[in-house]
Design a protein around this ligand. Structure first.
Ligand SMILES: CC(C)(COP(=O)(O)OP(=O)(O)OC[C@H]1O[C@@H](n2cnc3c(N)ncnc32)[C@H](O)[C@@H]1OP(=O)(O)O)[C@@H](O)C(=O)NCCC(=O)NCCS
Length: 145
């Protein structure tokens, strides 16, 4: 398995993967498309296996006022038939070691049970903008994972 940034030709494959990994929502694919078209994706990676895009992870800048204060991790997705085989963990561990990421403050609106294993812990700020979710799903990590 190879992990690297997606090529422009793979953007449609990333969108298809997001639709498959989040079958009840078009939000994630639309969000990535909108972020991409506005040049707002700070970092992104794909896992390639036998020429297929089987996982995807993106970061955008996190702001405090107008100042960048870290990175938001979202979305992270693995193609359904490859889930629960360690691929999401491998991609996340790889990315957290990268020079562009490892010293940054990271935020993720994700399942605490999953992200805790990678050094993330619940954080009070920034407050989650989605009141329908429990507030403890907003996690952060600061450097040196
Ligand atoms: C969530 C997701 C990225 C995890 O990737 P994955 O390759 O399936 O996960 P892994 O095989 O690396 O699993 C790592 C561990 O997390 C657990 N895990 C996997 N998905 C989980 C989830 N949704 N919630 C809680 N724990 C989860 C696994 O059981 C495993 O635990 P273990 O190491 O104790 O056995 C992937 O399942 C996915 O794309 N799901 C659909 C999209 C989604 O919900 N993304 C959410 C990102 S916040």
């Amino acid at each position: 398995m190879k992990i690297r940034p997606p090529t422009p030709a793979e953007h449609a494959k990333v969108a298809a993967l997001l639709r498959q990994a989040f079958p009840d929502s078009t939000h994630e694919a639309q969000l990535v498309a909108a972020l991409r078209s506005h040049g707002r994706i700070a970092h992104e990676w794909v896992c390639i296996h036998t020429n297929q895009v089987i996982a995807y992870l993106a970061f955008t800048n996190a702001y405090h006022g107008t100042a960048v204060c870290g990175l938001h991790l979202a979305p992270l997705a693995v193609k359904p038939e490859f889930q629960r085989q360690g691929i999401g963990s491998e991609l996340l561990r790889f990315v957290l070691r990268q020079a562009a990421i490892r010293d940054k403050i990271l935020f993720v609106p994700g399942d605490p049970g999953f992200y805790r294993k990678f050094g993330f812990a619940p954080c009070a700020m920034p407050l989650c903008p989605f009141p329908e979710y429990p507030q403890d799903h907003h996690q952060s990590v600061q450097g040196g994972v």
